[in-house]
Design a binder for this molecule. Structure first.
Ligand SMILES: NC(=O)c1ccc[n+]([C@@H]2O[C@H](COP(=O)([O-])OP(=O)(O)OC[C@H]3O[C@@H](n4cnc5c(N)ncnc54)[C@H](OP(=O)(O)O)[C@@H]3O)[C@@H](O)[C@H]2O)c1
Length: 334
């Protein structure tokens, strides 16, 4: 069996913000399956910040090749299987990339149970790059404990929105989110039950942190880097934990990443700054999945999904992510 695959490929590497000239839409028939391979109809792709870094030469994540599809995690359904462990009709998760049909080695795919949660949740709430990342950043790296004041940047996005809620569920006495726009502040406080929010596009972050966290900040879960990281560093206390989850303010200029100016505060406050990648916690995934599933079921964890349409819109939806044009988990239905 073969299928017509509609896909977006990388035409050239963007120097800063990607535009239409960097991508090309193509259609081609999928290859006949060989042993150990699966033909998968892609349903949803997770539009994640890491995708932007894969467009750069020498990316930390496996980079996109010129003329190749763009890395993205997705969920889909097996149409044909030449592997014993999978059958047509299985729902699967894996690195399906910017296309409607994928021919994948079976060992790269994982079965998902859509009777436990909808397929989209395996990219968002229960997903590697969203729920699990937020969980390990808050619980294992940040070690949030009762009474902590926790600040999260990129707070209205996928990882940040879950991280702030896990901080509350871990006993933090105050959770402050930083995001762009008054509408996002309202979303954080009204829908996700953050204690307070700072609109970094229209408010003075330093002054608002002084107002909202007069006794200082115990844990900072950082998705953004740049000026926001420096503002928080000036307000850490004895034993603070700074969790470097990401630094999206730097992703469109990776040849000249700006480090924190106020890092000496770490020494003054005997504080710790620690980065992590979710796959460093691979042996603990089951623990995180269980907690996330329990919180989802009990309604204590809320994950807003925004679903855009059409594989041909992959580049535009990626730009939507980079410019903050979404709430919670951004997905693309191909
Ligand atoms: N360590 C890991 O293993 C791991 C795994 C997954 C993700 N991550 C990191 O987690 C972070 C969030 O990723 P995500 O996929 O969940 O994306 P996301 O938060 O859903 O979307 C990115 C958000 O970043 C904000 N943003 C963009 N440019 C900004 C800037 N210059 N200053 C401040 N905010 C900016 C935008 O929100 P506003 O509207 O608020 O500007 C946008 O909504 C990224 O840094 C990513 O690299 C790390």
């Amino acid at each position: 069996m073969t299928e017509l695959n509609k896909k977006i490929v990388l035409k050239s590497r963007p120097a800063t913000r990607p535009d239409d000239s960097n991508f090309e839409y193509r259609e081609e028939q999928t290859a006949e399956l060989t042993d150990g391979m699966l033909l998968i109809k892609v349903d949803l792709l997770g539009i994640d910040a890491f995708i932007r870094t894969t467009l750069n030469e020498g990316s930390f994540h496996r980079g996109a090749e010129i003329g190749g599809v763009i890395p993205a995690l997705g969920v889909g359904v097996v149409l044909e299987s030449k592997a014993d462990s999978f059958a047509a009709g299985d729902h699967v998760f894996g690195p399906l990339c910017s296309q409607t049909h994928a021919v994948m080695p079976a060992f790269t795919m994982k079965k998902i149970d859509t009777s436990v949660a909808p397929a989209s949740a395996y990219l968002g709430a229960l997903g590697l790059t969203t729920g699990l990342t937020a969980y390990f950043g808050i619980v294992d790296v940040g070690q949030v404990k009762p009474g902590d004041t926790v600040v999260v940047s990129g707070a209205a996005g996928a990882v940040g929105s879950v991280a702030g809620q896990i901080a509350r569920l871990s006993g933090a006495s105050k959770v402050i989110g930083i995001a762009g726009g008054a509408h996002k502040s309202k979303f954080l406080v009204d829908e996700l039950k953050f204690d307070a929010a700072i609109d970094y596009k229209n408010e003075n972050v330093a002054a608002r942190l002084d107002e909202l966290a007069p006794d200082g900040i115990n844990v900072f879960f950082d998705n953004v880097g740049g000026d926001i990281l420096d503002d928080v560093l000036m307000r850490i206390v004895e034993g603070s934990r700074i969790v470097i989850c990401g630094g999206i303010s730097q992703y469109e200029n990776m040849d000249d990443v700006r480090g924190p100016k106020n890092y000496l505060k770490l020494a003054e406050r005997r504080a710790r700054m620690e980065g992590f990648a979710v796959f460093h916690f691979a042996e603990h995934y089951a623990r995180a999945e269980k907690s996330l599933a329990d919180w989802l079921r009990s309604g204590e964890l809320v994950v807003r999904e925004q679903i855009e349409q059409g594989v041909e819109n992959f580049p535009a939806v990626m730009n939507l992510l980079m410019t903050g044009g979404h709430y919670g988990k951004l997905l693309l239905k191909v």
